[in-house]
Design a protein around this ligand. Structure first.
Ligand code: DP6
Length: 334
């Protein structure tokens, strides 16, 4: 028997990935950029056991057994076996996988990204796979490829049909911008979540605005974002982050039938952040929303206490169901 345990952190996109050019290989229509959060605060932990005695492959997610007959899981497994350098028999054994998140799954916060990144990373260790594995993690869940690296990460859409150029690379490590923090506001939402996989497929099929975004907006925005991160230019970084989040949710509404992720509380948070930035006389906080109502705020360490008390004042008794994870640094680890 061989056992491997790994942890992989969540990443939060500042240029959003939305829409695929290839559904099976999970190739995106546009480049995206994210920061990987500190591993202790929000991560997936995966243990993989391989044994000649196991009759079949099995997987448990947060304690519940799920089917291994999932093309995304089998594609990752197949790719990793293809690239394996191991001389051992482990490659022929079945595996049992246990994966857990240390943050509420109900938060709907990129749990599949951390989960697949962890699964692929752990298997790569088990099978002694050398070199880039982001293109394999991508085949589990697109955004997972960005969680393979720490700091600021770009996922390149690539142009090749086989997807070999659609990989993630690190822009700069977390140490480049050590003051950067993320505050996560968990806005509880009774609405059933539209899976991002299905929703983005519908957007790609029906939204002209998505087509326009991919051609005319994201390329220039990506360049500007990379420069802002390299220059530690918070104002530019924050403005692009908020605009890109708003544009992504506008694309969701332009989808037919439309997809709605943000709720009333999300919009109260948007207004609050704009009012706060105006009051401070410059942009001190950026919000961004993924495929759910929860807000992720990017801000600098020195502004965390004031912004937390602002949120506490706005949602004093938690009747609006806003919980917060305080000041999570961007991770140093790879
Ligand atoms: C809104 O990576 O979950 O979070 O590739 O179909 O698994 P699949 O989708 P997924 O989509 C994430 C979308 C997003 C934006 C982002 O993280 O870039």
């Amino acid at each position: 028997m061989k056992i491997i345990t790994c942890v992989a952190p969540v990443n939060i996109a500042v240029i959003k990935y939305w829409g695929k050019r290839d559904e099976e290989l999970i190739l995106p229509l546009n480049d995206s950029i994210s920061a990987t959060l500190n591993i202790e605060h929000m991560c997936a932990k995966t243990t993989i056991m391989a044994s000649s005695n196991f009759k079949e492959n099995k997987i448990w997610l947060n304690g519940k057994e799920e089917s291994f007959q999932n093309p995304r899981l089998s594609n990752c497994l197949k790719e990793l076996k293809k690239r394996s350098q191991t001389q051992s028999d482990v490659i022929n054994w079945n595996i049992h996988v246990c994966s857990e998140n240390n943050f509420p799954t109900a938060a709907g916060l990129a749990s599949s990204a951390a989960g697949y990144a962890c699964f692929v990373y752990a298997l790569a260790k088990l099978y002694e796979v050398e070199g880039d594995v982001t293109y394999i993690a991508r085949q589990g869940s697109g955004s997972a490829c960005r969680s393979i690296y720490g700091g600021w990460v770009q996922w390149h859409a690539g142009a090749l049909k086989d997807g070999s150029d659609s990989i993630a690379t690190q822009i700069v490590p977390a140490s480049h911008w050590p003051e950067m923090r993320v505050v996560i506001l968990v806005v509880s939402d009774s609405q059933k979540k539209n899976s991002s996989t299905n929703a983005m497929k519908r957007s790609a099929a029906t939204s002209k605005f998505l087509e326009y975004r991919i051609k005319h907006i994201v390329p220039e925005r990506t360049e500007k974002m990379i420069q802002a991160i390299k220059d530690r230019d918070f104002e530019t970084f924050a403005t692009i982050t908020m605009k890109d989040s708003n544009q992504f949710h506008s694309v969701c509404l332009d989808t037919f039938p439309p997809v709605k992720y943000m709720n009333e509380t999300s919009f109260i948070i948007v207004d609050l952040i704009h009012t706060y930035n105006e009051f401070r006389g410059s942009t001190k906080v950026a919000y961004t929303f993924d495929a759910g109502a929860n807000a992720c705020l990017y801000l600098l360490e020195e502004d965390v206490p004031e912004v937390i008390s602002l949120i506490q004042n706005a949602f004093p008794t938690n009747t609006d169901h806003v919980e917060y994870f305080r000041g999570i640094p961007v991770t140093e680890q790879e």
